[in-house]
Ligand binder design. Structure first.
Ligand code: ASN
Ligand code: ZN
Ligand code: CA
Length: 345
């Protein structure tokens, strides 16, 4: 577009020094990226939304977009309130670039519109969330004991993927479709993390490894190679999956995604050993992350609906693999084998 933009950089909490595109204001720069649909980040000033009955909330916009006099943002620590904003803006940039470069999608809704992020939401707020109604992201600072600031790449990619899901399959956030909704966010959150190729926050198959603190009791929120490592998620499908919290029933989809991309053998990634046993005793060879992403994206945007179950997700991803690689392709067979390996046969 014709809007002027400038090249800056930021020192983030988790990703080292990162590039940022900003908007010159005359006296300085605003943390707003005209090259990515006007994506911007503001400080929520530790305010919370006004909620009635806990659920009907009025979103409080950040009073201002962050500004900086010299286009060098943050100091890489929480001492500077801009550091978390650098992570949030960078995470949104990488998610934007992943969607565009890999899937040809212009922004979360596919219409070129940028989202905005609010950092420092509430007081020691232990969550991050996407909100369709404001087309915006909100990040808490964490309580410092269980979580630090929730602005890592995988969390940003996870949350903004909820916006993509809303705009496409619109998987209902309950039962098996809810597990698929969460798995979709973990899958693309992870593929965003890999796409960033950031040396300080390299790709892996865990969610939230940068934000958890010792008080959380696990080294990550979720483990896609073996979901049961979190103590609550299933590795293998059974009829009880539908009754689990969506952040645990997602384990079936996460385990499928890991096996399809990486296979069942032992691997070292991001400094940690991954070993993903199958539920049917099979040995699988992975088809790679790029093909997983292509297959899941096509399944999500063409075949899945609000009521898709795991059995229907098997069909949706088989249809997508057939479209992309052919009915007798190794990829099509691999999709069927990976679902069978998590008990969806
Ligand atoms: N962090 C949670 C999630 O993305 C918050 C939520 O909206 N349920 O699943
Ligand atoms: Zn989620
Ligand atoms: Ca991760």
């Amino acid at each position: 577009d014709t809007l002027e933009s400038a090249s800056g950089d930021g020192r983030s909490l988790y990703g080292g020094t990162v590039p940022l595109r900003t908007t010159p204001t005359g006296s300085g720069y605003a943390l707003k990226d005209p090259t990515r649909g006007g994506t911007h980040t503001g400080d929520a000033a530790n305010q919370s939304d006004l909620c009635l009955l806990g659920t009907l909330c009025v979103t409080r916009a950040p009073s201002t977009v962050l500004t900086d006099p010299d286009n060098h943002w943050g100091d890489g620590t929480t001492a500077d309130r801009a550091s978390a904003a650098v992570d949030a803006q960078y995470g949104t940039d990488v998610t934007w670039d992943y969607l565009k470069d890999v899937h040809g999608r212009e922004g979360i809704a596919g219409d070129g519109r940028g989202s905005y992020s609010r950092v420092h939401y509430g007081n020691r707020y232990n969550n991050a969330f996407w909100d369709d109604s404001c087309f915006c992201m909100t990040y808490g600072d964490g309580d410092g004991t269980t979580f630090g600031p929730l602005v890592s790449l995988d969390v940003a990619g996870h949350e903004m993927t909820h916006g993509v899901t809303s705009a496409t399959a619109n998987l209902a956030y309950t039962g098996e479709s809810g597990g698929l909704n969460e798995a979709t966010s973990d899958i693309f959150g992870t593929l965003v993390e890999f796409h960033a190729a950031n040396a300080a926050d390299p790709g892996d198959w865990t969610i939230g490894e940068k934000i958890v603190r010792p008080g959380f009791g696990h080294t990550a929120l979720r483990f896609m190679d073996r979901p049961s490592k979190d103590g609550a998620s299933p590795d293998c499908w059974s009829p009880t999956v539908a009754g689990l919290d969506v952040h645990h029933s997602s384990g079936i989809g996460n385990h499928f995604a890991y096996l399809l991309a990486e296979g069942s053998g032992a691997k070292i990634m991001g400094g940690t050993a991954h070993n993903s046993p199958t539920c049917d005793g099979s040995s699988l060879t992975g088809i790679g992350r790029a093909k997983l992403g292509a297959i899941w994206y096509r399944a999500l945007t063409v075949y899945m609906t609000s009521t898709t179950t795991y059995a229907a997700a098997r069909t949706a991803t088989l249809n997508a693999a057939r479209d992309l690689y052919g009915p007798d392709s190794a990829e099509h067979r691999a999709v069927g084998a990976a679902w069978s390996a998590v008990g969806v046969g």
